[in-house]
Each structure stands twice: as C-alpha cells, then as structure tokens.
Design a binder for this molecule. Structure first.
Ligand SMILES: Nc1nc2c([nH]c(=O)n2[C@@H]2O[C@H](COP(=O)(O)OP(=O)(O)OP(=O)(O)O)[C@@H](O)[C@H]2O)c(=O)[nH]1
Length: 160
C-alpha cells in the first residue's frame, strides 16, 4: 500500500484549483496522545478490517456531524479504550493525503483520564518513548514523533 502524503493547506488549495480534478472533501479526525508523567505515550494498532490494519497510530477517529474535536475525542477514547478523558490539550494539526481519504488530523495531548485501558476493538497497545520500537508506524503518525523529538531535543531516528 502506498504511503500517505503529508500536505500543507496551501498546497492542497492550489491542487484543488486544477480543472480536471474534483476537490476531495476533508475528513476531520480527532487523535489522542495519551501521556504518562515519565514521558511515555500510548500507541495502538489499527484493528483488522480497517485500512492500514496492523499499523501503529494514536487512538482516535473521525468527527461525527456537529461534534467538536474534543467531543469526538472523548467519544472515540471511550469507545476504543473504555476510558473517560479529562481535559484534552489541542497540540498540532496535520493534513495527510491518503489514496482512500484526505484527512485533517487534530492531535490533542491527554494527561488525565479515568478507568483502566481496555482494548475494545481487539487492538494491541504499547507505551512508547523515542525511538518508537513497534512497527510499522502509520504515515500520519510519523510527524508526531518528529514533534516529540523537537520538544525533547532527541536526535536520531524517531522510529524503527
Ligand atoms: N486514529 C488515528 N487515525 C489516524 C492517525 N494518523 C492518520 O493518518 N490517521 C488516519 O485518520 C483516519 C481515521 O480514521 P479511523 O478509521 O481511525 O476512524 P474511525 O474509527 O472513525 O473509522 P470508522 O469509519 O472505521 O469507524 C484514517 O484515514 C487514518 O488512516 C492516527 O494517529 N490515529
């Protein structure tokens, strides 16, 4: 499967002006970066039956009609992990152009939640730090590792 292409909003807008291509609608996705006090973050594997099954990502999912990013994140993390999150801290936004969809990922850091983690979609999970050891990592997840590297003055490969 081909990798997703990270795109800047400006590039996307220019491309949409091409007469021979219908503009692709953007799918907004709320993504939770669960953080532990020692700096570890939670990755989960995409369940069987979804695109990129088996790839490691941060938990989350698409916004439903009328939902804010925070509302969608709260719902998705309840559905996927069985936890109730406290405040979500908006962190970064990244567009990724996949063959199957053009997605706008809204990454939020979450430090506070209630409940034990349950893998409700039979996904795997791993608390990780840099460099990430689990493989393969979803294309849309790789920029997040670069942001962590910048925050932590980490040099070298961010993932295996
Ligand atoms: N959850 C999540 N999705 C990501 C990440 N990075 C990334 O590119 N994506 C993309 O964002 C989209 C999220 O879709 P999803 O399939 O997880 O969402 P969902 O649970 O609402 O999907 P569903 O329609 O199958 O129920 C996918 O195209 C996925 O490839 C990430 O770190 N976490």
């Amino acid at each position: 499967m081909s990798n997703g292409l990270l795109v800047a909003d400006g590039e996307r807008a220019r491309e949409d002006l091409r007469a021979d291509q219908a503009p692709r609608s953007v799918v907004d996705v709320a993504v939770g970066v669960l953080m532990q006090a020692d700096g570890q973050f939670l990755l989960t594997s995409r369940p069987e039956g979804k695109v990129y099954a088996g790839y490691w990502e941060f938990p989350g999912g698409k916004l439903e009609a009328g939902e804010s990013v925070e509302q969608a994140l709260r719902r998705e993390l309840q559905e996927e992990l069985g936890i109730t999150i406290g405040e979500a801290q908006a962190w970064k936004t990244q567009m990724v152009d996949y063959p199957h969809a053009l997605v706008r990922l809204h990454f939020c850091k979450v430090w506070d939640w209630q409940g034990e983690l349950q893998m409700r979609e039979a996904q795997s999970h791993a608390w990780q730090t840099l460099p990430v050891a689990v493989t393969p990592v979803l294309p849309g997840t790789i920029p997040v590792l670069a942001w962590f590297a910048e925050e932590r003055q980490f040099t070298g490969a961010t993932h295996a």
